[in-house]
Design a binder for this molecule. Structure first.
Ligand code: FMN
Length: 222
């Protein structure tokens, strides 16, 4: 099964609830072969990727992942957690609580994720030379029916323990940029709701309308 590029672009959403089925090696090969076609500054290809499907390695990673997500709720999202708990029926609380439940589900089931893709880069100051490859991997996974969730809590809160578990050589400058959970999704693919493009796009000068306006996505499932 493959999907065309528009379908992949519009439906590559965070899919955190996954079936236990493994992702076959030939599917993984296509994901990585597509990922390394991505651009990087000066074609430096400053990356290493590490695929994890071993149950004992995943089990070791689950504790730091859960700790990292707990820190996320207590830190960055503390205000939203408090606001949602104070007024759980408001539309913004409903949206946040849905996101929190999905993020927490992945944390609670981290060791059950069939495949984890760790993306490392070196000398890539802002991640600009690694995230195109990460997103290409996500699109190539989607094209083959594999869902994914891009995460960075391990990078933010538990980089050292993650590197130690994965055997990343110390002092060589490898930075963990992203952890992508991959597997066949339990849920259905849908188009990601976003603020419409014309509300976040200008033409020629900041604040000037771009000349198009589409409140609804220009692609939808046929
Ligand atoms: C840089 C980055 C970091 C992210 N970190 C996490 C994370 O740590 N955990 C998680 O569950 N999702 C993470 N996400 C996924 C976002 O929450 C998700 O893309 C966003 O909520 C939109 O969801 P949707 O595509 O399903 O609409 C991250 C996404 C990006 C781009």
């Amino acid at each position: 099964m493959t999907v065309d590029v528009w379908e992949a672009l519009y439906t590559s959403r965070a899919m955190r609830r996954m079936e236990p089925d493994p992702v076959p090696l030939d599917v993984q090969a296509r994901i990585m072969d597509a990922a390394v076609r991505a651009p990087s500054g000066g074609d430096s290809q400053p990356w290493r990727f590490l695929l994890v499907d071993d149950a004992s390695v995943k089990a070791q990673l689950a504790a730091p992942y859960r700790e990292a997500v707990a820190l996320l709720w207590r830190g960055h999202y503390a205000g939203q957690v408090a606001a949602a708990e104070a007024d759980p029926d408001s539309p913004s609380a409903q949206r946040f609580l849905k996101l929190r439940s999905s993020v927490q589900y992945l944390a609670d089931h981290f060791e059950e994720v069939p495949l984890l893709l760790f993306a490392f880069s070196r000398g890539d100051r802002d991640g600009g030379s690694i995230f195109p490859a990460v997103w290409s991997a996500i699109l190539a996974a989607r094209a083959q029916g594999v869902g994914s969730a891009l995460t960075n809590v391990l990078d933010i809160f538990r980089p050292d323990s993650t590197r130690a578990i994965l055997g990343v050589p110390p002092d060589r400058g490898w930075r963990l940029n992203a952890t992508v959970a991959m597997g066949y999704p339990k849920g259905r693919w849908g188009v990601a709701p976003r603020q419409p493009a014309h509300q976040v796009t200008f033409r020629n000068s900041w604040g000037t309308e771009p000349g198009f306006a589409n409140d609804e996505p220009l692609w939808s499932p046929s």
